[in-house]
Design a protein around this ligand. Structure first.
Ligand code: UD1
Length: 429
């Protein structure tokens, strides 16, 4: 298994291009199952999760074509992927394929909507809590599907098609909202989704579905209304920038000091997190080129942060922000409200010298004068990158093991950081 070696201490200076969002690309690719025409997606990141989903879609019979590079495109320009679900030969997604990535479970909704049946293994993904699918099942049942659990598989049926209905989510769920949207667009009649997730990736999916002929109002708000249509057609859509990658590199610069401009991204996608970095003492400005992040030698102020659904502080930046607060001038409290088990990075950060106390859903982080490099283990996607951030500021060498988690969600991480002055290298096994 590959490892990443970091020699800490170098400030970051330069430009980092931000990739297309993994969490938008996955549901958008899944939406290709809703039509027999071609869905073209541009700005698709080169990530292990994208490859995994392509494998699952291919298994159903979806043809995919990844376009070659065009003049002017760099290796950092996202890929163009064309997906055509003309003939579906199988509506079953087996355990071997679904178990590595939770989002692959979402294929159940378009398969059910278009073919009236689907059999999908219960999902896997990052081990950050129990992460049930009860609300995704509820959404499909509200649209008239019958659902059974059989040998670890969810079997969904709607032989006469789905019927519009009212879906009220008792808690905000991104995956639940994606599933509800993809099921409702081909249902007969009107669907109202209440307490929908407002994450930008949901709005991105809704925008793409509208280009494909869906009738949706309120995508990106907490009340989405969908008028079902009988069929969708092909479209071309650009994946929105990755707000979590943007925030991760902003935090990395805050950690090391330096001056970096993040390009191909938008501040409105992560305003709360950028404002929080401002409170900590990081200089954030928006220029014609992108988001400029600067920190000089001044210390970092401690701050209390609570994760929340969008537009609040994202849970997917919690681990990275905790790494940053290990160097603040005092105690910060970080409260996690979305996932109950999302503190696995704490013990690894402690190996680098961090002082963190857990109390229920809160972590109390006492800033320390210095971190020291050590061997650490990546446990999940966002936790892994928090160790990279800590390693960039630690004295000496940090060796991060099990980096396949990073490859699921961060495109060209070593190249992007290395070009800005970080001493970081991948050791192939
Ligand atoms: C998505 C993101 C993930 C992010 C999360 C929250 C993708 C591929 N993943 O995950 O990176 O951390 O949103 O912003 O986009 N829940 C239930 N029952 C359900 C579904 C969810 O109780 O049926 C709970 C979850 O356990 C969690 C909360 O709802 O406590 C939010 O989860 P959800 O928004 O659904 O996360 P994902 O869509 O899996």
């Amino acid at each position: 298994m590959d490892r990443i070696r970091i020699r800490g201490g170098a400030p970051l200076n330069g430009t980092i291009p931000i990739s297309g969002a993994k969490n938008a690309a996955l549901p958008l690719m899944t939406a290709s199952l809703l039509t027999d025409e071609t869905l073209e997606l541009t700005n698709v990141p080169r990530l292990a999760d994208v490859s995994s989903l392509l494998r699952i879609l291919s298994n159903f019979g979806v043809d995919h074509m990844i376009a070659g590079r065009r003049p002017g495109q760099t290796s950092e320009t996202g890929q163009t992927v064309r997906l055509t679900a003309r003939t579906i030969i199988d509506t079953c997604a087996p355990y071997e394929l679904v178990s590595t990535m939770r989002a692959s479970f979402w294929v159940i909704a378009p398969l059910l909507a278009r073919f009236g049946q689907a059999r999908v293994s219960l999902p896997g993904g990052c081990a950050i809590g129990t992460r049930p699918v009860d609300l995704l099942i509820m959404a499909m049942e509200r649209l008239g599907a019958t659902i059974e659990i059989d040998g670890g598989y969810v079997v969904a049926k709607a032989p006469r098609g789905l019927q519009g209905g009212e879906i009220v989510f008792p808690k905000v769920t991104v995956g639940g909202t994606h599933v509800a949207l993809m099921a409702a667009v081909l249902a007969n009649g009107t669907t109202v989704i209440e307490n929908a997730a407002r994450e930008p990736e949901v709005a991105d999916l809704a925008n793409c579905l509208v280009k494909m002929g869906a009738r949706i109002e309120g995508g990106g708000t907490c009340r989405i209304v969908v008028e079902g249509v009988s069929r969708l057609h092909g479209a071309s859509h650009e994946v929105l920038p990755d707000r979590i990658e943007t925030g991760t590199y902003a935090i990395a610069v805050a950690m090391t000091g330096g001056d970096v401009t993040l390009t191909n991204t938008r501040p409105d996608l992560l305003q709360f997190a950028l404002d929080t970095l401002g409170q900590v003492g990081v200089d954030i400005s928006v220029t014609n080129e992108g988001i400029r992040v600067r920190r000089n030698g001044a210390g970092l102020e401690p701050v209390d942060v609570t994760t929340d659904p969008f537009p609040g502080f994202p849970t997917d930046l919690q681990a990275q922000f905790m790494a940053l607060m290990t160097r603040a001038k005092g105690t910060s409290r970080i409260t996690e409200t979305i996932f109950e088990n999302r503190f696995m990075h704490v013990q690894e950060l402690a190996r680098l010298g961090a002082s963190i106390r857990l109390d229920g859903d809160s972590a109390f982080v006492d800033g320390v004068k210095r971190l020291r490099g050590a061997p650490v283990m990546a446990t999940d996607l966002r936790a892994s990158v928090s160790l990279v951030i800590a390693g960039l500021a630690a004295e000496g060498e940090t060796m991060i093991n099990r980096v396949y988690h990073l490859d699921r969600g961060f495109e060209a991480l070593e190249a992007k950081l290395g070009r800005c002055g970080a001493e970081i290298e991948r050791i192939k096994s």
